[in-house]
Ligand binder design. Structure first.
Ligand code: IMP
Ligand code: MG
Length: 182
């Protein structure tokens, strides 16, 4: 097991190990390779959380494909009405001829992705699907679902492998539950 930040007491429990991540991402890559054969695949990563997952996933996709990124911030933590997003960084290409696969770190309430999907649909991609590393279905507040899911997890705040708590812990090579009681 990795020794990175081993003595940090905020890392409560490792729930998905490096090996489990590697194996599951290989499976997802094979599935996407089968499904997108003969399509014009564009992976759109939702920054920042996607970056570790996406870099491993793309190396398991055995097809010609392109990548781009969007950085959106959601206001739904501070307000009751939600789904309002601020586009910090937009795409750099026209997606109208692509089969778009959105790459997310975690699908929580789904409100951010619901708004993002509506926006991307207006740009008329050939198809639009979602791939998320983690899914917390118990917290969903929208009708959004992912077409590809790495792991379904319980309602805990998790960190590592791209996911942060206050911008830290993205460098953990595994997924852990964050200890909110310290
Ligand atoms: P939502 O689906 O609109 O609620 O927002 C999803 C976003 O919230 C994700 O892309 C993450 O950036 C963040 N998020 C939700 N749950 C967690 C978690 O357990 N750990 C770290 N970030 C999270
Ligand atoms: Mg995110």
């Amino acid at each position: 097991m990795s020794n990175i930040l081993k003595h940090d007491h905020n890392i409560y429990k490792i729930i998905i190990s490096e090996d489990e991540l590697k194996n599951r991402i290989q499976e997802l890559g094979r599935q996407i390779t089968r499904d997108y054969k003969d399509k014009k695949l564009l992976l759109i990563g939702v920054l920042k959380g996607c970056f570790v997952f996406m870099s491993d996933l793309i190396r398991n996709i055995d097809l010609p494909c392109e990548i781009d990124f969007m950085y959106v911030k959601s206001y739904n933590k501070s307000t009751v009405s939600s789904g309002v997003i601020n586009i910090v960084k937009d795409l750099s290409i026209d997606i109208s001829n692509y089969d778009v696969l959105i790459i997310e770190d975690i699908l929580d309430t789904g409100l951010t992705l619901e708004t993002l999907c509506k926006l991307l649909q207006t740009r008329k991609p050939n198809s639009l699907k979602i791939c998320t590393l983690l899914d917390k279905p118990s917290r969903r507040k929208s009708s959004i679902y992912a077409d590809y899911i790495g792991f379904v997890i319980e309602d805990n705040f998790v960190i590592g492998y791209g996911l942060d708590y206050a911008e830290e812990y993205r460098n953990l090579p595994y997924i852990a539950v964050y200890n909110q009681n310290t």
